[in-house]
Design a protein around this ligand. Structure first.
Ligand SMILES: CC(=O)SCCNC(=O)CCNC(=O)[C@H](O)C(C)(C)COP(=O)(O)OP(=O)(O)OC[C@H]1O[C@@H](n2cnc3c(N)ncnc32)[C@H](O)[C@@H]1OP(=O)(O)O
Ligand SMILES: CC(C)C(=O)C(=O)O
Length: 585
């Protein structure tokens, strides 16, 4: 960067609060939530919401559990005015919900705001003026008393109009640009407003201390909030509200520290929509509390629906990595994460504990309306655990560990080449192509029978009919069981050294439609051990199929002149297409 920041930018001066208490505090309950989506969020949109979109979002906010909703700046635009009227005239404000409206401390705007509220049972009138040193100097060209006068006069008019209306008015005042305001001045101007409104513990004034522009690290905001709470008069007659923005990307952290510093209320928006880099994201805040075992008082259990609604209303996308809500936030592509998640989910199933403990998944995706479907997805970063997880989840395969290693190598080869993702369906296609499919030149079992050897009581003879490229051939062998006898027969028939080194099986389903899977690891002459997989309603036939699956894979490699070191399914398939019919037939 060519600009010298030491010359161009001034560091934020720390707050003098050596005995700060907030670092030892923790958040133990949810704050009062106020949504400012329909005002601060809306004023930041390329295309502000019309009545239809505002109404849709308003209903969603009510359904989530917001009890205070800033519905607009009625004096600023006809749409905002009409929307307030729409909600009031259509009786859309539940008994326990309070509408909030924003207005600058300017007489005509305040009068217009009260017009918008006619017929409303109860409303928060939120008045503000800018108080920062910078705005006092460059925007208003006023000294402190002048700025206090703006606030006082605004409050006086609101107080007068509140006395004249049937609407129960809750007062709210914001020293806007609070984070750039000297703390003693912030207290002075708020106390001037308090002198007008005369709040009591029974009728408290909402004092909103916005981080209009986030100017420092979150601990500084916490210091500012604690300093204010400790120095303002009649603290118990105030509801201290925070309204953080996210200019430094630390809006959520700043809000959490501000709550630890004594704030009672949070104004924010869904998914952090708002001016510049946004308002604080109330969904993330609420879910952060949820993961700490605190009921947030906001219902985010259907996150996909909330995302769809927010994207429709704001016409802005929600990032795939957005905390708790993004499409990818519950997805692991990397092998060691998948392995740990797979093991964690299994351990959770096996334990009777209701406590969520899964590595890399801070929350249960189903708590926010997501499924486990997308938790593990496969690309070149994935390992055997992820591959095994998907095949077990979708096809109930219980692959032995060495087979997982072997097959994930096949998959990795493909993903390395394609540089893309392999879907669950593609994964199954690859698995079938590798182990279960019949390629030209492959041996297939048509029928078999076993009979006891008349000469030895523990030996069986197996006679099988195989088919290769439409031609039948007979195989016969002896052994201490059908598998052993079949391998003996193949050894003789193919003239190839063959040995079973590993075997496992499991059933799939119950009753007439039950199937068995058999996994056989075979050592064939000149090759590293290689797996075969067989499937059949009859467990013996499943095992014989597994042996043939391994033998066919060896034959494909032999035909391609490889020992199995460098393979891909594509290559295996191509090799199989061009393989000549085996000489043994
Ligand atoms: C941080 C925040 O999000 S605060 C909310 C900001 N939201 C909005 O501003 C959205 C809606 N606002 C608007 O549509 C317009 O600003 C209106 C309709 C309210 C007012 O419009 P206008 O009067 O035409 O113009 P504009 O906004 O430029 O007025 C600024 C004037 O108000 C003064 N002013 C600004 N804020 C305040 C305030 N809180 N109290 C008193 N005066 C104020 C300015 O000093 C300036 O005065 P000047 O005209 O003497 O220079
Ligand atoms: C009006 C105030 C609260 C505001 O929106 C801000 O400071 O960001």
């Amino acid at each position: 960067m060519r600009v010298d920041p030491t010359v161009k930018y001034k560091p934020f001066q720390p707050i003098d609060l050596p005995d700060r208490r907030w670092p030892s505090a923790s958040i133990t309950e949810a704050p009062i939530w106020a949504s400012v989506d329909l005002r601060d969020g809306n004023q930041a949109l390329v295309e502000p919401m019309g009545i239809e979109r505002k109404a849709r979002m308003y209903k969603a906010l009510v359904a989530m559990g917001f009890k205070e909703i800033e519905v607009g700046f009625p004096a600023a635009s006809q749409t905002d005015f009409d929307f307030a009227r729409y909600l009031i005239e259509h009786d859309m404000v539940p008994e326990d919900v309070t509408l909030q409206v924003l207005v600058q401390a300017r007489e005509p705007l305040i009068r217009r705001t009260f017009e918008a509220l006619k017929g409303c049972k109860r409303a928060i009138v939120h008045v503000y003026n800018s108080t920062s040193t910078l705005q006092r100097r460059v925007v208003f060209g006023m000294d402190r008393p002048g700025i206090i006068d703006i606030a006082r006069q605004g409050a006086e008019l609101i107080h007068t109009l509140a006395d004249e209306t049937d609407t129960e008015i809750v007062y709210q005042y914001s020293p806007e640009s609070f984070t750039g305001t000297e703390l003693d001045f912030a207290v002075e101007i708020v106390e001037a407003v308090m002198d007008v409104y005369q709040p009591t513990p029974e009728k408290r004034l909402i004092v909103n201390l916005p981080s209009t522009v986030e100017m420092a690290t979150p601990n500084v905001y916490a210091d500012q909030i604690e300093w204010f709470c400790r120095n303002v008069k009649n603290r118990d007659s105030l509801i201290i509200s925070v309204h953080p923005h996210n200019d430094r990307g630390t809006g959520v952290a700043a809000t959490e520290l501000a709550l630890m510093a004594g704030a009672d209320r949070v104004e924010g928006t869904l998914f952090g929509n708002g001016e510049r880099t946004g308002n604080v994201d109330v969904v993330t805040l609420a879910m952060n509390m949820f993961t700490q075992g605190i009921h947030p008082g906001l219902d985010c259990s259907n996150m996909p629906e909330l995302v769809t609604m927010a994207e429709y209303c704001t016409r802005l996308p929600i990032h795939p990595r957005h905390p708790y809500a993004g499409e990818l936030v519950f997805t692991a592509f990397s092998g060691s994460h998948q392995d740990a998640i797979n093991k964690g989910l299994r351990a959770l199933r096996q334990s009777n504990s209701g406590v969520w403990e899964v590595p890399y998944l801070p929350i249960d995706p189903t708590d926010v309306g997501r499924s486990y479907e997308a938790v593990i997805r496969i690309n070149s970063q994935s390992g055997k655990g992820g591959v095994a997880h998907i095949l077990e989840r979708d096809h109930a395969l219980q692959m032995p560990r060495p087979l997982q290693v072997e097959f994930s190598g096949v998959v990795q080869h493909i993903t390395d080449e394609s540089e893309g993702e392999v879907t669950a369906k593609q994964l199954w296609d690859i698995f079938q192509g590798e182990y279960l499919a019949q390629n030209p030149g492959d041996l297939a079992l048509k029928e078999y029978r076993t009979v006891p050897d008349t000469h030895a009581s523990d030996v069986r003879v197996l006679d099988a009919t195989l088919v290769v490229n439409g031609e039948e051939c007979r195989v016969s062998g002896r052994g201490n069981g059908p598998l052993d006898a079949f391998v003996d027969g193949l050894r003789n028939h193919l003239g190839m050294g063959l040995e079973v080194v590993n075997y496992s099986e499991h059933a799939l389903g119950v009753g007439a439609s039950a199937q068995a899977y058999a996994y056989v690891e075979m050592k064939a002459e000149g090759h590293a051990p290689m797996f075969g997989v067989g499937r059949h309603a009859n467990i013996v036939q499943a095992s014989l199929n597994a042996i043939l699956s391994a033998v066919n894979r060896v034959r494909r490699l032999n035909a391609a002149g490889s020992t199995g070191g460098d393979r891909s399914t594509q290559k295996v398939k191509e090799d199989a297409q061009s393989a000549p019919t085996a000489a043994a037939e």
